[in-house]
Design a binder for this molecule. Structure first.
Ligand code: NAD
Length: 364
């Protein structure tokens, strides 16, 4: 049995979380396993009830479960709160408390979505990149930091331990993919990047079966849109990863389709990349694919259920191939569906694929 803390949050968060749960329940039934769900408040929903976006009780619940699934937080209602009470503050607190140092964002294109991207089809076809971004260091957390009337400053800093653990994570992930890591830095200008590169090269000695190359971040930004197929795993620091993962996001064409995982040495958090989308909240039209694809990541990275993860991804692909689209990815001629209908269509495909492959869970 696996325990999952659900943090639906605000806006469309609860809508896409219930889609994720529906898929997880299907997986549980088919694969004959049990998921124990516990739903808690986070973000604005938590603030409204407890005057804080994340309570200690919810944190303890997260500590005691195998994984956490988060919908999204935030919205105009809470925008004017002091920084530490804003819904988004809960995310930073949660990531820090759970020691989530590795953010994984796949940028993969579904064949039937090729024409939805701003990039050309021939450039995109076959792209499957995993961005592994360090999440706890760099200029975002480095001290000293601040500004006064005359200057503003941050400290770009990485310790050996921080670079080592994220590099190991990237090499280990690459072993289950195409065995290639591109480490992105700015070693031609920044000392912190020279250090990063040196440590990555050292760690690589333990992973000689994985190919390693290095790229400056400005070139990497260009290469991701020029020829994304050259990448397998991109390993990078917090600031560069923040930017590169959004560039890579454009590969898929829609925010509603991007999953993510944040991993630590003990805990893991899965969440769609998108926010709470207050403009469409409550209308039942949110795209559930990012959330459902985040479930696939959970099954793969936390529960080692690779087959179930693959079936989910293939079910999404098949559903899209059949022309079903939520409003955000709808074009004339497509079959427009709601959040629930899209979820049900994906589950239908899952059932069909499962039956076809006659999977024996004991061989997984
Ligand atoms: P957003 O991601 O919520 O929305 C941006 C646009 O994309 C909107 O037009 C929205 O309708 C659309 N969109 C997003 N997800 C969609 C989906 N699944 N299906 C269909 N359309 C979708 O970003 P924003 O508008 O900048 O932020 C709204 C709120 O969310 C803010 O309070 C922000 O701070 C918060 N936010 C939270 C997270 C998170 O919880 N991880 C991430 C980003 C933003």
């Amino acid at each position: 049995m696996f325990s999952i803390t659900l943090l639906p949050g605000d806006g469309i968060g609860p809508e896409v979380t219930s889609a994720a749960v529906k898929v997880l329940k299907t997986v549980a039934e088919k694969f004959n396993i049990e998921f124990n769900f516990k739903t808690e408040l986070i973000g604005g929903a938590s603030y409204d009830k407890y005057s804080t976006p994340l309570t200690d009780e919810v944190l303890s619940q997260c500590y005691s479960s195998d994984v956490v699934f988060l919908g999204a937080v935030g919205g105009p209602k809470w925008e004017n709160l002091p920084h530490h009470l804003k819904p988004e503050a809960a995310l930073l607190k949660l990531r820090k408390a759970l020691g989530l140092y590795a953010n994984l964002r796949p940028a993969k294109i579904y064949n039937s979505m090729l024409s939805y991207s701003s990039l050309k089809e021939e450039v995109l076809k076959g792209t499957d990149v995993l961005i592994v971004r360090e999440l706890t260091g760099d200029a975002y957390f480095g001290e000293p930091r601040g500004y006064d009337e005359q200057k503003g400053f941050n400290t770009m800093i990485y310790t050996k331990e921080e670079v080592e653990r994220i590099a190991r994570k990237a090499f280990e992930l690459a072993r289950f993919r195409n065995k290639k890591v591109t480490s992105v830095d700015k070693a031609n200008v920044l000392e912190v990047s020279q250090f990063w590169r040196k440590v990555v090269i050292d760690v690589h000695k333990d992973y000689q079966d994985v190919e390693l190359n290095h790229m400056y971040v400005d070139n990497a930004a260009m290469q991701i849109v020029r020829y994304p197929k050259q990448f397998d795993v991109i390993l990078t620091s917090n600031l560069f990863g923040d930017i590169l993962s959004d560039i890579a996001a454009m590969i898929t064409g829609s925010l509603g389709m991007l999953p993510s995982a944040s991993l630590g040495s003990k805990y893991a958090l899965y969440e769609p990349v998108h926010g709470s989308a207050p403009d469409i909240a409550g209308k039942g039209i949110a795209n559930p694919i990012a959330a459902i694809s985040s479930v696939a990541m959970m099954l793969k990275y936390s529960f080692q259920m690779d087959k179930a993860a693959e079936l989910i991804e293939n079910s999404i692909e098949n559903t899209l191939t059949k022309g079903y689209r939520t409003k955000d990815i709808y074009k004339e001629g497509d079959k427009l569906v709601s959040t629930d209908e899209m979820t049900d269509k994906i589950i239908e495909e899952f059932d069909k694929l499962f039956a076809k492959e006659a999977i024996n869970v004991f061989t997984l």
